[in-house]
Design a protein around this ligand. Structure first.
Ligand SMILES: [Zn+2]
Length: 191
């Protein structure tokens, strides 16, 4: 990986940690229990509460692949990419977003949670008008910064390479960088 690419990954993670106040601790472990009990709505509510984005979301289990996007496993409807509605506006509160996740992604928790949080990350990045909102790689880094770095390691080992998305090498670099940041944060907290 080139030095500039590594710098980009660090810059994006630093930006997300600062902007959204991520503690870089693992995500709420209750997510796994909620997943096992099919309480997907609880996960969505907890995530949105942490990010303070009051979105109205409906989750649908249905096929997501299309002819031009045959590898697509999830998608979100309702975001206007050209002019995103800010999360604090009244208009935003009246909107209903729809997240579609392919039935194949419900088999394993690690896979499901990464797909779901990735789609929610699109919503957060657009509604907060984040400068990295158009990047799929940055969207994946958001998910990792939120606390799903171990799950990314798990899925990256099983996934095929998809153009435009995070690579295994980038995810591994991000994983180590997040670990390092965590360690430094803990060290200064106890100094
Ligand atoms: Zn995406």
């Amino acid at each position: 990986m080139k030095k500039e690419e590594e710098k980009y990954l660090r810059d994006v993670i630093d930006h997300f940690v600062e902007m959204y106040g991520f503690a870089l601790t693992p995500y709420n472990r209750a997510y796994k229990t909620w997943f096992e009990h099919k309480l997907y709505g609880e996960i969505i509510i907890d995530f949105l509460k942490k990010l303070r984005v009051p979105a109205n979301i409906r989750l649908k289990k249905c096929p997501t692949a299309t002819i031009d996007k045959p590898h697509r496993v999830g998608t979100i409807h309702g975001i206007n990419i050209k002019s995103p509605i800010p999360f604090y506006s009244n208009q935003f509160k009246s909107l209903r977003f729809e997240i579609l996740i392919d039935p194949s992604q419900y088999e394993k928790f690690e896979i499901f949670i990464c797909v779901l949080i990735h789609e929610l990350a699109h919503l957060v990045l657009h509604s907060t008008h984040n400068k990295y909102r158009m990047s799929e790689v940055a969207t994946d880094l958001f998910v990792m910064s939120f606390g799903l770095y171990e799950e990314y390691d798990y899925i990256m080992r099983r996934m095929r390479k998809t153009e435009g998305y995070i690579t295994h090498e980038q995810a591994l670099y991000a994983y180590h960088y997040i670990q390092l940041k965590r360690k430094n944060a803990n060290a200064s907290a106890f100094a």
